[in-house]
Structures are given as C-alpha cells and as structure tokens.
Design a protein. Structure first.
Length: 461
C-alpha cells in the first residue's frame, strides 16, 4: 500500500507536469524537453519507491534502482549542458555567412535572389549574402568575404568581370583562401589572356581598388586561377529539377536520388507567363511564385501559381494568371502562343508584373512592325497586339528581385496576392471594351479578326 504523505501529492503534480511536457512541449528546443522528461521520470520512480510502506526484503535491489535513476538524471543534465555549450561555441566560431553570392546585379540579380532563398531553405539556420540586403556600406563587402564567409559563389555572367566590386570580392576570396565555386552561364567564357593583360583599360575604375590593398597584379592572378575553381554549368532553361541539381552542387552534395520533375510542363490553371529563354526573367518568376504560395493558402484560388515551361500551355479553365514582363518578352514565340491561349480561356484574368527596369511596352499601333519575325498569321498578330494593349490598361505590379531587398519583395508579393484575391476583369471582356471605345473603322477591323479567331477556336474543338 502507499502511504498518505506529501510524497504522493508531489508525485501527482510531477505526473501532470510530465504529461504536459510530453503533449505541449513548453520548451523551445527538443533537447530541453527530452532532458526535462528524463529528470521528471527519474524523480517519479524514486518518489514512488519511497512512498511504498510495505517492507522489502531485498533493500539492495531497491538501492541499486535508485542509484541507476539518479545516475541517469545526472547524465541527462550533464549531456544537456555539454550540448548547449558545444552549440554556443559553434555559433561563436562559425562564419556569419554560409554563402556569399558574387554577381552582376543587372545580369544575375534575380538568379542570386533565387539561389539565396533555395540555399537557406535547403540548409535551415544558415545565411547566404547578397548585396541587395545590405547596401549600407559597400566597403564592408571585402570584410564579409574575408572574415565572415565559408563559401564564395561566383555567378559567371559576361559582365561580372567588368564590375570593380565583383573583381575585388574575387581577389579577396582567393587571398583569404575561401572555398570558391563558379556558376557558368550558357554564354559565359573565361577571361582570355588579352583581356587579362588589358584589364585596366577594360575596367577603367579598377584602380580605385588600390585603397583596399588590391593591385592590378592581384586581379590578373585571380583571373588566371579561375581555371582551377570548381565549376557548375547553368542549363539553358530553368525548371525545378535543374534548380535542385544546382543547389546540390553548390551545397557540395551529390544529386538527390529519386525521380526529378520533368523539364517539360503540361497545362496550368494558375500560370505565370514568362519568356522561357530569359534566365533572369524565369528566376524572377520562380521567386514570385515561391513568395506567393504561402500568401494564397486559404484563399479562393483553386491552385497554386506555377511557372510555364516550354511545352506547357494555358488551360482552357484558367481563371487567373500573371504576365511577367521582361525586355523583348513579347517577341518570344512561347509568350505569343500562351497569351493567345489565355484569350481563348473564357474566364482567364491576367495581371501584368514588371520584372525588369529595361522593359518597355510595345507600340500596339503597329504590331507587324514591332514583331516582324513573328510566326503568327496576320489575324493572330493583330489580336496579339490588342491583347498587349488591353493587358496594360491595369496598373502593373513592380517586382524586381535584382534590385529589391527581401523586405521589399515580401511587400510586393503581398500586393500581388491582394490583387489576385480581388475581382478582376477577364481578357475577353477587356478586348470587347476596347472595341467599344475604338472608332468605327477600327471596330470593324477588330470585329472581323475576333470573329475569325472564334471560328478557328470552334473548328479546333
């Protein structure tokens, strides 16, 4: 029997505490929950054994059990303490940035942002540095590379060797012995000897690096030693499989086993239209898609956004879409095909998103002159011009991953999510409204074009 003593009351309280720890886990770290439960379990065993009033003939066994549980409690406390100290020391001596992404903002800014997001998702608790997130003092960049970086990643576009800050970062990484990796763009070529010898004339402001202790000979030696740097070739078209393989290479592990997603897409009911041959534009679309997905959970959107790849199409049941506008994007035959497919979807709404500073809206008054190399027939080409014109009747969302900080991008994504959740006018109704506001000859011409387009759609069905 159990004695009616405070030990029983204390045991009851500890049982409740143990149950709450197991169910609710009040500690922030799992190791603290485990240690707390181990200590409580040991105390409960000792209290229960002491609360039993029946005399035990074998007191030695009882004492041994008590000693075992006291030892386990001590080891649990000591293990938690050692683990906490080791993590504290690891954080103290670990580099501030796991990766430093050296890039030319105009040519690889969006790709750098995408890499940063994917690397930090793949390795939780680590940080990747891009200068868009810290532009308070550019002179600190070299200090970040030398002292606070574990791995230095060069995004190898043509212009990266023509920007003095990028060159200075490369020289600093080599001088400091930082592990380096080069992502080669499809059109990238290594610096040749004539360029290396005349780098002071190719990069006129390179002499400003002297005040940071970087001379011309250091720059030339760094360019020559790029041949020994580990290289990863960037594919001509981005898709989820290529992104995963690229992240594997940067992190330093082999490609993940198992099936990869296909590089050719099917139809999508919430597509992001983008020029698939423009790597920067596709990277911007992937960044926007990643930021939008958590914001659209729980909304009326039927599907999550997906970037259209070559071989994909806009589904006839599409209700919402985004058009990411980059330089010369409307010259792409894929964009032309997708935009006409979006028009054929009766319920499709579309919001324009400006993804590059250099983008200019084509002059819809003369589409044949704007797109002389288009494979569209004259009717589809005229309809394509109207679609471009009505698309920009709405205010575009400005989304520039190559220039904006993460906070700015989050705000822009929230703005886009609100626009997507609000009622929108379909592309078809915009075209009809445009026809109603045009003059009589224009109305007649566009009516004929639209009627022929409808006849073509009916015949295809």
């Amino acid at each position: 029997m159990l004695s009616n003593s405070p030990a029983n009351e204390l045991g009851l309280v500890l049982y409740v505490n143990l149950l709450l720890v197991a169910l609710l886990r009040p500690w922030r770290f799992a190791v603290c929950n485990s240690s707390d439960m181990a200590i409580l379990l040991g105390i409960l065993v000792i209290l229960d054994m002491g609360a039993v009033t029946v005399q035990d003939r074998d007191r030695t066994a009882t004492a041994q059990i008590v000693i075992v549980f006291i030892s386990l409690m001590f080891l649990a406390s000591l293990g938690t303490l050692c683990l906490g100290m080791s993590r504290c020391l690891e954080q103290k001596f670990r580099k501030r940035f796991k990766f430093f992404l050296c890039h030319h903002k105009r040519d690889a800014g969006a790709m750098a942002r995408l890499l940063k997001m994917e690397l930090e998702r793949r390795l939780p608790g680590t940080r990747a540095f891009i200068d868009c997130d810290d532009l308070s003092d550019l002179t600190q960049l070299f200090s970040y590379v030398a002292q606070d970086t574990e791995s230095f990643v060069i995004l190898g576009t043509k212009e990266v060797f023509l920007r003095k800050w990028c060159i200075g970062e490369m020289v600093t990484a080599r001088a400091s012995g930082v592990r380096s990796l080069l992502l080669e763009w499809p059109d990238w070529r290594p610096p040749e000897e004539p360029f290396i010898e005349s780098v002071d004339s190719a990069v006129p402001d390179i002499h400003e690096l002297v005040r940071f202790g970087i001379g011309l000979a250091d720059v030339q030696d760094t360019f020559r030693q790029l041949t020994s740097v580990k290289k990863v070739r960037l594919p001509g078209q981005l898709n989820p499989a290529h992104i995963a393989e690229m992240i594997d290479s940067v992190v330093g592990i082999g490609p993940a086993k198992g099936p990869r997603s296909s590089s050719r897409g099917g139809s999508s009911e919430f597509p992001l239209l983008v020029d698939p041959d423009n790597l920067e534009a596709v990277a911007s679309a992937l960044v926007l898609s990643t930021l939008l997905k958590p914001l659209l959970l729980g909304t009326q959107m039927p599907q999550m956004p997906s970037v259209l790849l070559k071989g994909s199409r806009v589904h006839v049941s599409t209700k919402m879409s985004l058009m990411l506008c980059s330089e010369n994007c409307f010259r792409s035959e894929h964009v032309q095909e997708w935009l006409l497919q979006a028009y054929q979807a009766p319920s499709c709404c579309m919001i324009p998103v400006l993804a590059e500073d250099s983008f200019r809206v084509p002059a819809a008054s003369s589409v044949s002159a704007e797109f002389p190399e288009s494979a569209l027939d004259i009717d589809d080409l005229h309809l394509y011009g109207v679609l471009i014109r009505v698309l920009f009747q709405d205010i575009a969302v400005i989304f520039l991953p190559q220039s904006f900080s993460r906070e700015d991008l989050d705000l822009r994504a929230q703005q886009a999510a609100r626009r997507l959740s609000a009622p929108q006018e379909t592309l078809k109704s915009k075209v009809i409204r445009f026809m109603d506001s045009a003059d009589a000859p224009t109305v007649k011409r566009w009516t004929d074009v639209l009627l022929r387009a409808e006849d073509n759609d009916t015949s295809q069905v």
